[in-house]
Write a protein that binds this ligand. Structure first.
Ligand SMILES: NC(=O)c1ccc[n+]([C@@H]2O[C@H](COP(=O)([O-])OP(=O)(O)OC[C@H]3O[C@@H](n4cnc5c(N)ncnc54)[C@H](OP(=O)(O)O)[C@@H]3O)[C@@H](O)[C@H]2O)c1
Length: 185
């Protein structure tokens, strides 16, 4: 029987469900100290932290956490100095977990869009979606590709088996709220 995994996504979005601006970068308006602390804590506790290549470059693995970088450049699953690199077209998720997570445990999925989309199909057990109210990022990068077709992120999560379980007023002074989504049992 495969080991138990707890796969959770972490993102902070604008009112229009964007994780980055039109320049491909996360603007200061999406940076929040309290959200950052929880995000870092989740990575500390995870047995594997997953980033797509551009997000990996934007947040280098300075703390030496067990990181998996999703890229078409990887041969399959290969170890590099900055973490494990994975091409899902050439090695399956069960291949990855069999090798890197034999005992299971928490997996933190930190984006960007490529990785969030990928894990919608693999299956999230939970998603921590923070929102900076009052921020819009026209032409920016959406958290899920479906949002580019006008589907709200909340609808995407609901359609993928998750239900809203908690609203946390993370930083009311700065208009930041976290919604916690969990898999419907
Ligand atoms: N606000 C937030 O919560 C949040 C969260 C995450 C990221 N971000 C920000 O969002 C920006 C980047 O996000 P992004 O969505 O543009 O890029 P991304 O998803 O992080 O990375 C894109 C990369 O994924 C790889 N990729 C694409 N298709 C693939 C496939 N079929 N198989 C394997 N790998 C594939 C490609 O790398 P190769 O070219 O190597 O194949 C591509 O360059 C950064 O500024 C980051 O800081 C913000």
């Amino acid at each position: 029987m495969p080991a138990h995994l707890d796969i959770r996504g972490y993102a902070i979005v604008s009112d229009d469900d964007k994780i980055a601006g039109a320049d491909g970068l996360t603007p200061v308006s999406l940076r929040n100290e309290k959200d950052w602390e929880l995000y870092q804590r989740a990575q500390d506790l995870a047995n594997l932290v997953v980033f797509a290549r551009r997000s990996h470059e934007a947040e280098p693995n300075v703390r030496g956490r067990p990181r998996l970088v999703v890229s078409r450049e990887a041969v399959g699953l290969e170890q590099r100095p900055d973490g494990w690199w994975w091409n899902p077209g050439r090695a399956s998720w069960p291949d990855v977990t069999g090798r890197l997570l034999p005992g299971g445990g928490p997996v933190a999925v930190c984006g960007g869009q490529v990785v969030f989309d990928l894990f919608l199909s693999i299956g999230f057990d939970g998603f921590h979606l923070s929102r900076a109210y009052g921020v819009t990022l026209p032409g920016g990068r959406s958290v899920f590709s479906a949002c580019d077709a006008g589907v709200p992120a909340a609808t995407v999560l609901g359609e993928n088996g998750l239900t809203l379980s908690e609203r946390i007023p993370l930083d009311p002074a700065h208009g930041v709220e976290m919604t916690v989504w969990r898999r419907v049992p």
